[in-house]
Ligand binder design. Structure first.
Ligand SMILES: C[S@@+](CC[C@H](N)C(=O)[O-])C[C@H]1O[C@@H](n2cnc3c(N)ncnc32)[C@H](O)[C@@H]1O
Length: 491
């Protein structure tokens, strides 16, 4: 279903009444003037979105080239009350926004409201992070219905409802999440049942402070833990300015449109064995969804980062441009773009392009007014590892790091991740951009390389990872972390 935000509906209504009065459409300039906006590009963006959503057509060659496709009177505004967790329950929050939805989607009886979904526990029911659900307010549900559940009058969550002789279960629609069993001493209030889902794709959010306003922050940090769950929901719970260093290895969106099944049972050097681009669910988002996803987690990352801290994000050409754009949009100042050169990259099989042999690391900080981020310049200059053919001892470290993508056997002893980072690259970042005792956060922890590097370097860590399988590997690795390992090889 395609809906309009309040502003999109206002613009649609203005165009409709303008055309009714004059018989032709307004120019972008006239729309801008009517809404007292300073930039034409905002109007342009709204018109694009309305056209993409099928509400109007436009001819870019004409100054008055807009025509309507759907009648505004067929739409109805309903309240968008806030965010609902599809993952771990979060504190129930309310805010007032509204969205326009087709009248046909609203039942003739009863109250309907909308909630934006945070988390991925309902993905098997095609309810994804960032989607909006339409909810009919009611206090009873049948088995199997998707409900908005309020636990102990405090935590709200979106789950499937089941009741039998043993009691009430709230079940996720994603195997990585646990069923919630309502205990005797817990109170459950059904707030409504889900009628429909509005997909987030293509929607440009008008209220960038949505998440910041919604969550009352909890004041403690889950130090030295790998949390199983969605990065955005868990980042939202962390207090402002509490983290010293974020090392993020997000999904690169590599699988997008790509059907390559690249199985390597033989153990490819540099890839830690089983490397398969097998359309991983978490690595296969439409472009705009990936953009929105990046905005959301990076907005939270910026909020929780200390002004003295910094963030480094791994990427390839698939996502690095988006991360760079989001940094700049959010006001995260870019310090360097580092090229991690992988001398031993796997050869290009088809021979139709150059052999991809690097990844990038975008390094940014948030203490913009006065640059206060930590950088161990002395150590970066002294750094010497004979396996890096580009770095000379006593010379400044450059932005190209020559680090073979090999994993030592101890790195893969307890299991592997298809895109596992070698400890050596993580340790170099941590050694130069944080201090002993600092808190290092890995929001996409995978098999735990960043957390392991932090632990072995005398830092504290927090990892977040969606997939329980990788959380288990990470925990096992961390249990066997060796604090005696040198930060990097010395000459
Ligand atoms: C590129 S891998 C990280 C690999 C990691 N650097 C390592 O060395 O093992 C990205 C990880 O992010 C996880 N992931 C994807 N979407 C996520 C989300 N919304 N929240 C938390 N983790 C997510 C995936 O399950 C995957 O393990």
């Amino acid at each position: 279903m395609i809906t309009l935000t309040k502003r999109q509906k206002q613009i649609y209504d203005f165009i409709e009444s303008y055309i009714k009065k004059r018989g032709f459409s307004p120019t972008l300039e006239e729309i801008k003037k009517h809404f007292r906006l300073s930039s034409l590009s905002t109007i342009h963006q709204h018109i694009e979105t309305l056209a993409n959503k099928g509400y109007l057509a436009k001819d870019d060659n004409l100054a008055r080239g807009i025509s309507l496709k759907e009648r505004a009177s067929d739409l109805v505004m309903i309240p968008l009350l806030g965010t609902i967790a599809a993952g771990e329950p979060i504190e129930a929050i309310q805010q007032s926004e509204s969205i326009a939805v087709p009248k046909s989607k609203i039942p003739t009886h009863g109250e309907v409201y909308a909630l934006r979904v945070a988390g991925n526990s309902m993905t098997d029911e095609n309810i994804n992070d960032g989607d909006v659900v339409l909810v009919k307010q009611q206090s009873v549900a049948e088995n199997g219905q998707k409900i908005v559940a309020l636990i102990n009058n405090y935590e709200a969550t979106l789950k499937q409802f089941y009741q039998d002789r043993k009691g009430i279960r709230l079940e996720p629609a994603n195997k990585s999440f646990k069923t919630i069993t309502i205990q005797r001493d817990q109170e459950l209030a059904i707030q409504g049942i889900v009628l429909d889902v509005i997909k987030s794709g293509g929607e440009i959010k008008e209220n960038p402070t949505l998440f910041e306003e919604e969550i009352k922050r909890n004041k403690t940090l889950p130090i030295n833990q790998i949390i199983c769950g969605d990065a955005i929901s868990h980042l939202q719970r962390l207090p402002d300015e509490s983290i010293d260093l974020i090392v993020a290895d997000p999904p690169y969106n590599l699988s997008k449109g790509n059907n390559i099944h690249f199985s390597n049972g033989g153990g490819l050097k540099g890839f830690g064995g089983e490397w398969h681009k097998a359309m991983e669910g978490w690595d296969n988002l439409p472009l705009l969804d990936y953009f929105n996803f990046s905005i959301k987690w990076l907005r939270e990352a910026k909020r929780i980062l200390k002004p003295t801290g910094s963030i480094l994000v791994f990427g390839t050409y698939h996502n690095a441009g988006i991360i760079n754009l989001v940094f700049q949009t959010l006001g995260v100042e870019i310090i360097n773009e580092i090229v991690w050169y992988k001398r031993n990259a796997f050869p290009n099989l088809a021979g139709r392009r150059f052999t991809a042999s690097h990844e990038t690391l975008l390094w940014g900080h948030t203490g913009i007014k006065k640059r206060r981020y930590y950088f161990n310049y002395k150590q970066s200059k002294e750094y010497y590892d004979p396996s890096d053919l580009l770095k000379q001892k006593g010379k400044q470290m450059r932005t190209v790091w020559d680090i073979p993508n090999n994993k030592e056997s101890r790195e893969i002893k307890y299991g592997k991740h298809p895109t596992q980072k070698p400890l050596s690259v993580c340790k170099r970042i941590i050694a130069l951009c944080s201090q002993p005792g600092d808190v290092v956060l890995a929001p996409f922890a995978g098999a735990g390389s960043e957390c392991m590097a932090a632990k072995e370097s005398g830092r504290q860590y927090i990892g977040i990872e969606l997939d329980q399988k990788y959380v288990d590997i990470a925990n096992e690795r961390l249990r066997h972390a060796d604090n005696q390992q040198p930060l990097f090889k010395q000459s």
